[in-house]
Design a protein around this ligand. Structure first.
Ligand code: GMT
Length: 376
């Protein structure tokens, strides 16, 4: 198949899923054409069968604001026609599904055809798409897509309810390369960060408000009352300065390690003991899956699709968002009991391997592509 993929090329989960999907499809012999405004950051090695088409943004002085959606539609049209794509798979509804719709209409006028599949990832539906000015456009673009997938049952149901849509949305969960993200001993890094054998809590995110990163620092404070511990924070974003300030205010500047944006999460995550995801909104929680695949139990909030991933009292624990006392006491209950901890760690790893390995999920996308292509 010849597949066009459009995604945000940055560090967010939707870009990671789209890029890893494209890589896996290319490895299976499909021809994959990425269309975006920058080279997707997870494409750091040359992969046969992968092509990249950069969206050029017009900077004519009359256009005070970027015409990205139109530039993207133009580039999609060009790639669909010249590369003779079978389908266009867009990740994140705004504006990708709308640009794809436009490109498709033009292709149709020229007596050709292209199928458009939209994958909904989370904030495109639960946050940005609900802005009153965007809502009708997002609803229309979803309805007009030939196929729609969502990364959790929660996201599917939320989409159908919030947008009053009657559409067959296929749930295809996020996936992970469990051969890459695996439990390993990184004693050197562990010794540097926790020289006295402290337990290590981990969190990775884009430090946006919905992630509630400050909660991870407050949880560490409570955990430290019982067990010596450190917290590694990976990523960057709007809340980072506030979190750095908070860790100083709580006199924990030596216990909270800000690593900033990092590649090679598969090397960092296995150094930790527990993963924290106290989010206020989370359609799936890919970052938690990455940690589980490395054998880290997860303490998470109960929002969105998290209960579909993190099994309460098995792979970790779930508490209401904002309930940092409960999250901290769950963390202590695991870190203070080696036997229990080892069982949870094995459960977390098994859940990733048995349910979310890329070799289980990629064929689901391929099957879905075939189904949509076969429809009249
Ligand atoms: O979490 C973010 O803010 C990034 C966002 C994105 O669109 O890049 O992630 C969303 O998509 C991920 C991949 O499908 C999901 O695992 C995340 O749960 C989801 N984030 C939210 O719903 C807040």
């Amino acid at each position: 198949m010849k597949i066009g993929i459009t995604c945000y090329p940055t560090y967010g989960g939707s870009g990671v899923v789209a890029t890893e999907l494209g890589k896996a499809l290319a490895e299976k012999g499909h021809e994959v054409h990425f269309i975006s405004y920058a080279f997707p950051h997870r494409l750091h090695h040359f992969v046969d069968n992968i092509y990249y088409h950069e969206v050029e943004i017009s900077n004519y002085p009359l256009f005070e604001h970027s015409l990205y959606s139109l530039s993207l539609a133009s580039k999609m049209l060009e790639v669909i026609e010249f590369e003779e794509l079978d389908l266009l798979h867009v990740h994140y509804a705004i504006p990708h599904a709308t640009s794809a719709y436009l490109a498709k209409q033009i292709v149709k006028k020229r007596n050709s055809n292209i199928k458009v599949i939209t994958t909904l990832h989370g904030t495109d539906i639960t946050l940005v798409g609900l802005e009153p000015s965007f809502l009708p456009l997002v609803k229309f673009s979803i309805e007009e897509s030939d196929g729609v997938t969502a990364v959790s049952k929660f996201l599917k149901e939320t989409t159908l309810t919030n947008y009053s849509i009657e559409k067959d949305i296929k749930v295809i969960y996020n996936f992970i390369d469990t051969a890459l993200f695996k439990p390993t001993n990184h004693d050197k890094m562990r010794k540097k960060i926790a020289p006295n054998g402290e337990k290590i809590l981990m969190h990775t995110s884009n430090f946006r408000v919905v992630k509630r990163v400050a909660d991870t620092i407050k949880i560490l404070k409570l955990v430290k009352n019982e067990i010596p511990a450190k917290l590694i924070l990976v990523g960057d974003g709007p809340d980072r300065s506030e979190c750095e300030r908070l860790s100083r205010e709580l006199n924990m500047q030596n216990d909270v390690i800000f690593l900033g944006k990092q590649d090679g999460l598969e090397e960092i995550l296995p150094c930790g003991d527990l993963f924290l995801m106290p989010s206020q909104s989370e359609s799936f929680g890919l970052a938690a899956l990455e940690a589980m695949s490395c054998g880290l139990p997860v303490i998470s909030s109960s929002v969105g699709g998290l209960p579909e991933l993190n099994m309460h009292n098995k792979t970790g624990f779930i508490a209401e968002f904002g309930d940092i006392e409960r999250m901290a006491s769950y963390a202590v209950s695991l870190l203070g009991n080696e036997k229990k901890y080892n069982i949870f760690s094995e459960n977390a790893r098994s859940r990733a391997v048995e349910n979310f390995d890329k070799n289980l999920i990629i064929p689901q996308y391929e099957e879905y592509y075939k189904k949509i292509l076969a429809e009249k």
